[in-house]
Design a protein around this ligand. Structure first.
Ligand code: ADP
Length: 352
């Protein structure tokens, strides 16, 4: 029977306490601005050595002139307050993580020590199936930079907040410059940068133009520490002009067998389970194509099956419970769709 402590770091095995130890809450900068607009931006993590830009008078003035309701919405719904994420919390994607750490994170954390000839990338497109870790990776980048994370969903922007969407996007992009370093994260970015947006749709084409001009600005400004991350499940819907503006484009695939094993171990370690090494190998084999999120759901389903099947006696989750869970939960992304991602990656993806 196996009970291996999980680690998601392929190169440097870690003690389990190091990898999945309790999250340490970030140090909050003691500055408080009460209910003043933009006050959330004053509460932020500190990363040693990083130069942090404070509000300047002109931005204070501009913020005072902004719609207080929109500012409140940005503060409460868009500034992301999720727990920090470390590199080792992400299974697989070793080479993507290495490139991002070397080329994007380090030049911001240690600008003097960066000797690369290329301008560090300021915009990244993460594409791939749902639940594969795009958001997790983005949160990790924000944690590593000790930055404010402004997290926006294109779907929400275009539905729930449709009437105010231009103002909201403008405020978010403006706020990104106010208290750097900042990571601006927009999911389903294909909706805003779609190939199908044309001048007939003034609303969408304004949003697209706003974003493109923002991407151009951060690419050329060497003083700013603003990173833009767009995620997409439909990269082929993104206008070619627009996707060329992303300095890096990475395919975030479903986990490979090693990463699946690590994720399964990690989740199962939190519940009472009993699997032989052979059964674990079989689980890994049968979950090809499952996303990280689907692996979590599978383990939860197996746990639930097991609760239903026992009568009063506490038994660990077994392989039989997984057999039931497999009937209910298949991988949602087809091989054909994964092949399309790989093709797009071959054409436009960044080397890593
Ligand atoms: P996406 O943004 O690609 O749709 P998420 O990053 O939101 O997916 O992933 C959903 C959840 O699935 C994460 O919060 C995490 O719990 C789990 N997960 C997905 N991929 C991984 C991974 N590579 N390593 C560890 N956990 C993962």
């Amino acid at each position: 029977k196996v009970m291996i402590s999980p680690t998601f770091n392929e190169e440097r095995p870690l003690r389990s306490s190091e990898t999945f130890g309790k999250f340490t809450p970030p140090v909050i900068n003691g500055e408080h601005r009460g209910n003043e607009p933009g006050h959330v931006f004053a509460q932020r993590m500190q990363v040693p050595g990083i130069k942090q830009t404070m509000f300047c008078n002109s931005s204070e003035d501009r913020i005072k002139n902004m719609d207080p309701l929109i500012l409140e919405l940005v503060n409460t719904e868009i500034v992301d307050c999720a727990p920090p994420v470390q590199w080792t919390d992400i299974a697989g994607h070793a080479s993507v993580k290495a490139v991002i750490e070397e080329e994007l994170v380090w030049p911001i954390l240690r600008p003097g020590a960066y000797t690369g000839t290329n301008r560090p990338p300021k915009s990244i497109l993460l594409f791939g199936p749902p639940g594969a870790g795009k958001t997790l990776l983005s949160r990790c980048i924000a944690t590593q930079l000790g930055s404010t994370l402004l997290k926006l969903s294109s779907t929400v922007l275009l539905s729930k907040w449709k009437n105010e969407s231009e103002k909201i996007l403008e405020t978010v992009l403006y706020m990104a410059g106010c208290h750097q370093p900042t990571v601006v994260f927009i999911s389903e970015i294909d909706l805003l940068l779609s190939i199908h947006v044309n001048e007939d749709n003034t609303h969408l084409s304004n949003l697209k133009a706003q974003l493109i001009s923002f991407l151009d600005n951060i690419a050329t400004s060497s003083d700013d520490n603003i990173i833009f991350i767009g995620t997409s499940q439909r990269p082929d819907d993104i206008d070619e002009e627009a996707h060329h503006r992303f300095a890096k484009k990475f395919y975030i695939s479903p986990p490979d067998s090693l990463a699946r094993r690590q994720i399964l171990h990690h989740i199962l370690a939190q519940q009472n389970y009993c699997l032989s090494e052979r059964e674990m190998a079989s689980l890994v084999q049968h979950t090809e194509g499952y996303s990280g999120n689907e692996l979590i759901q599978l383990c939860q389903q197996a746990g639930a099956n097991h609760l239903h099947s026992i009568s009063g006696q506490l038994q660990p989750t077994s392989y039989k419970d997984f057999e039931g869970a497999f009937c209910k939960l298949r991988a949602s992304t087809s091989q054909k769709q994964l092949d399309l991602y790989m093709e797009w990656n071959k054409m436009y993806g960044s080397r890593h």
